[in-house]
Design a protein around this ligand. Structure first.
Ligand SMILES: N[C@@H](CCC(=O)N[C@@H](CS)C(=O)NCC(=O)O)C(=O)O
Length: 242
């Protein structure tokens, strides 16, 4: 029995990617909550494995050569787990390139843009002095997320999954679709995304991963996403180089 992979995470879409992948791959793991609202991402212990002070990160005690390895950045983590297990990440180079394209599409596009859209729509007005700027930001990033949704919807036309068989690309994109408020998105114009979102959300490993998130959230006294306190917002927003 191999020692469990340590998962340093908090219940957000980026955290869900890792627990979904581990559940899907059937790897033993132990969650080590990093409460980013309390600033636990700045402890020396965490920065040693995740110098970007962002979760998720993992430590695999059974890394290459049987030695421990740590990995930060959710895309790198899922690629690592896919290579380690040979699951949901094809070995065939042509198929792998297709998966990588969508992994990077999420990591460089959908994730950051949806994150900014969420910030400007839901947080910026409470602390920005000039609301014109937050409205500009909200529109800019909401439009870009809308464009990205259109791209994904087209890709899913006639396909069950984003890139060939069910893969780490689906696992990386799904939490950012499932966790987003659809109010600004009028999702009925993206029927392929809705179909795919429901199919992945019904998978047992995905449901187990989300249940674990709910447990962490409840343990921290938070009912649902977006419930950060004013103190947490001060820690999370406006960070500069230290
Ligand atoms: N590109 C990173 C993004 C991770 C990220 O932004 N994590 C956020 C929560 S979703 C975080 O840890 N925030 C802590 C902070 O802002 O200090 C990844 O995918 O791993």
């Amino acid at each position: 029995m191999t020692a469990p992979i340590e998962v340093y995470c908090w219940p957000t879409p980026n955290g869900h990617k890792v627990t979904i992948a581990l559940e899907e791959m059937g790897l033993p793991y132990a969650v080590k909550p990093v409460n980013i609202g309390l600033g636990e991402q700045f402890t020396a212990e965490f920065l040693a494995i995740s110098p970007n002070n962002r979760m998720p990160a993992i430590i695999d005690p059974d890394g290459p050569g049987g030695q421990p390895i740590s990995v930060f950045e959710s895309g790198a983590i899922l690629q690592y787990l896919g290579r380690k297990t040979g699951l949901f990440y094809p070995a065939d180079e042509r198929a792998r390139v297709k998966v990588d394209e969508w992994v990077f599409w999420q990591m460089g596009g959908l994730g950051p843009m949806a994150g900014q859209a969420n910030h400007f729509r839901n947080y910026a007005p409470s602390f920005l002095l000039d609301l014109r700027y937050s409205a500009y930001g909200a529109n800019r990033y909401t439009n870009e997320v809308h464009r990205l949704y259109g791209v994904l919807n087209t890709q899913l036309q006639g396909r069950d999954f984003v890139a060939g068989d069910y893969s780490i690309a689906d696992m990386i994109i799904w939490p950012w679709i499932a966790g987003q408020s659809s109010a600004a998105m009028q999702m009925d114009v993206f029927p392929n995304i809705l179909r795919w979102k429901a199919a992945i959300g019904a998978r047992e490993p995905v449901r187990r991963a989300l249940a674990i998130s709910r447990t962490i959230r409840r343990g921290a006294g938070l009912a649902q996403a977006g419930e950060e306190t004013e103190a947490a917002r001060k820690i999370l927003f406006g960070q500069r180089a230290r």
